[in-house]
Design a protein around this ligand. Structure first.
Ligand code: ZN
Length: 240
């Protein structure tokens, strides 16, 4: 959290002790009588709901607030991994300008296998392919595990297809908390596959994740500040 702008640091600390002015907390202090989420009209608009649980913020076509945060964090990983990647590796990501093919959009090079699946980040070498899936989640172990299992299930058939195409395949699922937490195991997971992903030492991986975590906090801060607005017109991904 060092280096965060003052207001974002205050947001982070208040989120940690649940004293942000959410409708739930305002009702608890008798400032309002009926807590309700402006977007989905649910009656439990907690901090977690606003930051990760609101169905409208998540899926409505004109919203995509959580996708914006996810892609902003993914962009940090992609840029950093690309920086030191040896020329024999190809790296693709489910972000504009980083895909393996545009029509249909794919992060797996079509000459390896044809698929509509789009893992977040794909690293291809001559004899292996690594799929990396990122989730930006609430800071609870339950949600982290749920995200990991969901992603693991999603790519079962793609893994089989890639193996049948003769590739040695790794699937790495990593989670970054919406309030900037990440588990030590996330560093280990990335460093375990580092020889095939990016040849980065553990300390560098930790620095990259810290950068990603800071972006997650900044994005969550913006999402929180937009909690009472039914429109979301943010187009560009967040960059530090
Ligand atoms: Zn809601």
């Amino acid at each position: 959290m060092y280096g965060l702008p003052e207001k974002q640091l205050s947001f982070l600390l208040r989120a940690g002790c649940d004293t942000l002015p959410t409708p739930m907390n305002l009702a608890r202090c008798n400032i309002i009588t009926s807590p309700v989420c402006t977007l989905c009209h649910c009656t439990q608009p907690t901090t977690n709901h606003i930051l990760t649980g609101c169905s409208i913020a998540s899926i409505a076509l004109d919203q995509g607030r959580y996708t914006w945060r996810h892609d902003s964090v993914l962009q940090v990983l992609v840029r950093n991994f690309k920086k030191d990647l040896p020329p024999c590796y190809e790296i693709y990501a489910d972000l504009p300008g980083h895909q393996a093919s545009v029509s249909p959009p794919s992060t797996i090079p079509p000459h390896i296998t044809s698929t509509l699946s789009r893992p977040d980040l794909v690293v291809v070498s001559t004899d292996s392919i690594t799929l990396l899936e990122l989730s930006v989640v609430t800071n609870t172990e339950h949600h982290r595990l749920a995200a990991r299992n969901r992603k693991g299930d999603r790519y079962g058939s793609l893994l089989t297809d890639l193996q049948q195409a003769g590739c040695s395949v790794n699937l790495v699922t990593i989670e970054v908390g919406c309030l900037g937490h990440f588990m030590p195991q996330t560093v280990s997971k990335l460093s375990d596959v580092s020889p095939t992903v990016c040849h980065l030492p553990k300390n560098t991986i930790r620095c990259i994740l810290q950068q990603a975590a800071r972006v997650a906090i900044s994005c969550s801060y913006r999402i929180f500040n937009s909690r009472a607005s039914t429109t979301w017109d943010v187009v560009n991904l967040f960059t530090c």
